[in-house]
Ligand binder design. Structure first.
Ligand code: ZN
Length: 390
C-alpha cells in the first residue's frame, strides 16, 4: 500500500533530522529546546509512517517554531504533498510559513510563490492569480510569476491579460512568445466575430499578423471576416493566401473557399485547385472535400474516379473505407461487404484522429491549442494515418 513517494515523505524529514543533530548547535542558547525539537521531528515521522499526515504536519510546524532553520523541510514537505495531489496539506504548510512574523522577506516571497503553485495545482485560479500578481513586484520572483500568470490567464481565457504578460516576458526576459500572442489575438478576433463586431475582429487580426506574420489562423479568420462583410472576392483572396503560405493547412479552408469560388462563378477554377492541391500535398481531409464537391458538381461517377485515382497514388485505410461506403450504397444487403466495412472501421477510428506534435495527445477535432499540453500550433492538420505513413 506504501507508494514510492510516501517513502520520500519519511526519508526527507529523517535526513533533515539527521542534519539537525549533526549541526551541533550552541547548547548554551538552545539547551531548553534540545529535547523538544527532535521529539517533534520524530513524532512527525511516526505520524507520517502511521499515515496520519495532518497530525504529522502539526508536529513539523512545531519544529519550525523552535528552529527557523527547518524552513527547507517545510518547502520539501509542501512540494511533496502538492505533487501527490494533496493540495490542502501543501496549502496548510505554506500558509503557516507565510504567517510567521519572523520570516525574512525573501523567504516570504518564496512561500507565497509555493502557495501560488498549490492553488494553481488545485485549480483555485483566482487565489493563484492573487499570489502571483503580488509577486510581480519582487525582482527575484518577477519572471516566474509572469510565466505562471501567463498560464493562468490562458486557462481563464483572459486573452488581453495573457498578451500583456507575454509582452512583458518578451521585453524583460528576452523570451519569444510571438506565436502564442498571435493566437491570443485570434481568440479575441473569434469572440468579436461571434458577436458580429467585424471592425473589432479585423483590428485583432491586424495585431495577430503584426505579432506573427505567418499566422495561418489569422489569415483564415481574415477571410471569415471579409465573408461576413459580404466581400466574397476578398474572402477568397485571404483563403487562397492560406494555401500559398502553408499548403498543408488548405484542408481547413478548402470547403468554404471552394463554395465561395463556386458562388463567384469560378467553379472550374475551384475544381482545378482541389485536383492540383491533391497532387501537390495529398491529404485525407482534402480528399474528403474534393470528393464531396466533385460529387455535387460533376456527379457520383466522377467522384468515384477521383477516389480510385487518389487511392492508387496514396493508399490509405481511410480512403478505402470511403470507397467501401460507396460500394455498399450501390450493392445493398451484401453481408461480407458489411463485415469488411465494420472491420475497417474499427481500424480507421484510431487512425482518423489528429495528434499533437509536442505531447502526442490525440483528438477527433483539429485544435489550435493542444488540450493536453496547452501548446499552440502543435497539431499538424493531418490524420494519424498520414502522419505515421510520412
Ligand atoms: Zn500537446
Amino acid at each position: 500500500m506504501f507508494e514510492i513517494e510516501a517513502w520520500y515523505l519519511v526519508v526527507l524529514p529523517l535526513l533533515f533530522a539527521a542534519g539537525w543533530w549533526l549541526r551541533g548547535f550552541d547548547s548554551r542558547v538552545r539547551a531548553a529546546d534540545q529535547g523538544a525539537a527532535p521529539r517533534s521531528v520524530f513524532r512527525g515521522l511516526n505520524l507520517l509512517l502511521n499515515e496520519q499526515p495532518d497530525k504529522a504536519i502539526d508536529a513539523f510546524i512545531e519544529v519550525v517554531k523552535l528552529d527557523p532553520e527547518t524552513i527547507e523541510l517545510h518547502y520539501a514537505l509542501g512540494n511533496l504533498f502538492r505533487r501527490r495531489g494533496e493540495v490542502d496539506r501543501a496549502v496548510r504548510i505554506h500558509t503557516h510559513l507565510l504567517n510567521r512574523a519572523d520570516l525574512p522577506a525573501r523567504e516570504r516571497s518564496n512561500a507565497l510563490a509555493e502557495l501560488g503553485q498549490d492553488f494553481l495545482k488545485g485549480g483555485l485560479l483566482d487565489r493563484a492569480e492573487d499570489a502571483f500578481v503580488r509577486l510581480i513586484e519582487d525582482p527575484q520572483q518577477r519572471f516566474s510569476a509572469l510565466r505562471a500568470l501567463l498560464r493562468i490567464y490562458q486557462m481563464e481565457r483572459e486573452w488581453l491579460k495573457a498578451i500583456d504578460c507575454a509582452r512583458r516576458l518578451e521585453r524583460e526576459a528576452g523570451e519569444s512568445h510571438h506565436v502564442a500572442v498571435a493566437q491570443f489575438y485570434c481568440e479575441l478576433a473569434e469572440q468579436a466575430l461571434a458577436k458580429s463586431d467585424l471592425q473589432r475582429a479585423q483590428s485583432y487580426l491586424d495585431e495577430a499578423l503584426v505579432a506573427d506574420r505567418k499566422s495561418v489562423r489569422a489569415t483564415l479568420l481574415a477571410g471569415d471576416v471579409a465573408m461576413q462583410r459580404g466581400e466574397r472576392d476578398d474572402a477568397i483572396k485571404h483563403w487562397l493566401r492560406v494555401e500559398a503560405a502553408s499548403p498543408e493547412h488548405l484542408p481547413l479552408v478548402a470547403a468554404r473557399l471552394t463554395e465561395a469560388m463556386d458562388k463567384a462563378g469560378r467553379r472550374d477554377e475551384a475544381l482545378n485547385l482541389l485536383r492540383r492541391a491533391l497532387l501537390d500535398s495529398p491529404s485525407i481531409d482534402l480528399l474528403e472535400i474534393a470528393y464531396q464537391r466533385i460529387g455535387e458538381w460533376e456527379g457520383p461517377a466522377a467522384a468515384e474516379v477521383l477516389l480510385r485515382d487518389e487511392l492508387r497514388r496514396h493508399p490509405s485505410l481511410l480512403g478505402f473505407e470511403k470507397l467501401l461506403a460507396l460500394r455498399s450504397a450501390q450493392v445493398k444487403g451484401d453481408p461480407e461487404l458489411d463485415l469488411l466495412r465494420s472491420l475497417i472501421h474499427a481500424q480507421t477510428r484510431k487512425l482518423a484522429r489528429y495528434r499533437c506534435s509536442k505531447c502526442g495527445f490525440r483528438a477527433r477535432e483539429f485544435h489550435w491549442q493542444c488540450p493536453g499540453c496547452t501548446s499552440w500550433d502543435s497539431y499538424p492538420p493531418r490524420r494519424i494515418e498520414e502522419l505515421d505513413a510520412a
